[in-house]
Design a protein around this ligand. Structure first.
Ligand code: COA
Length: 137
């Protein structure tokens, strides 16, 4: 399962996709959610509770597989996830997004995520990211 999820992560993010090692850690120490369509894995989201802000969760990854995109699944999954996190006492969410990823940025903006900062080379040379924050209420 972890190898399959790693392949899907790389399908979504290429080089910066998670390895099965990373996914195993998140599955044990954080939370790993799957979105299923007719029993097939269509989406995935991984969270870790933040050490510095224990009431916030860091989104390690979030993707909808290409063949399931553009049908409202990402929006529905994100809405569900924010609700589930609230039930675990999580009041805030932080994540990074590629500045060029307009689709994801639009989706997050719709949910009220705000831009905290842009960090150059966040994941290595040329892998710049914007840090976004969402807080309950
Ligand atoms: C970003 C992602 C999760 C969105 O999932 P999705 O299921 O395709 O999104 P939805 O169908 O729920 O659409 C939600 C919104 O996303 C945006 N969006 C979706 N498809 C889009 C497209 N082809 N062009 C531009 N914006 C688009 C729109 O704002 C859309 O709202 P609308 O339907 O009112 O126009 C998905 O595209 C994905 O997994 N991409 C690759 C991995 C990734 O970038 N993950 C996020 C990393 S931070």
């Amino acid at each position: 399962m972890l190898a399959l999820l790693s392949a899907y992560d790389r399908e979504a993010f290429g080089e910066t996709g998670l390895r099965s090692y990373d996914l195993g850690v998140v599955a044990r120490a954080g939370s790993l959610f799957l979105g299923l369509v007719d029993g097939e894995i269509a989406a995935c989201c991984q969270f870790m509770r933040m050490m510095d802000e224990p009431e916030s969760a860091w989104v390690v990854g979030f993707w909808v597989r290409p063949q399931f995109q553009g049908r409202g699944l990402g929006r529905a999954f994100l809405r569900e996830l924010l609700g589930l996190l609230g039930e675990s006492g999580i009041r805030g969410v932080r994540l990074t997004v590629d500045p060029a990823n307009r689709r994801a940025r639009r989706l997050y903006a719709e949910f009220g995520f705000r831009e905290l900062e842009r960090i150059e080379d966040f994941y290595g040379p040329g892998e710049h990211r914007i840090v976004l924050a969402w807080d309950e209420g």
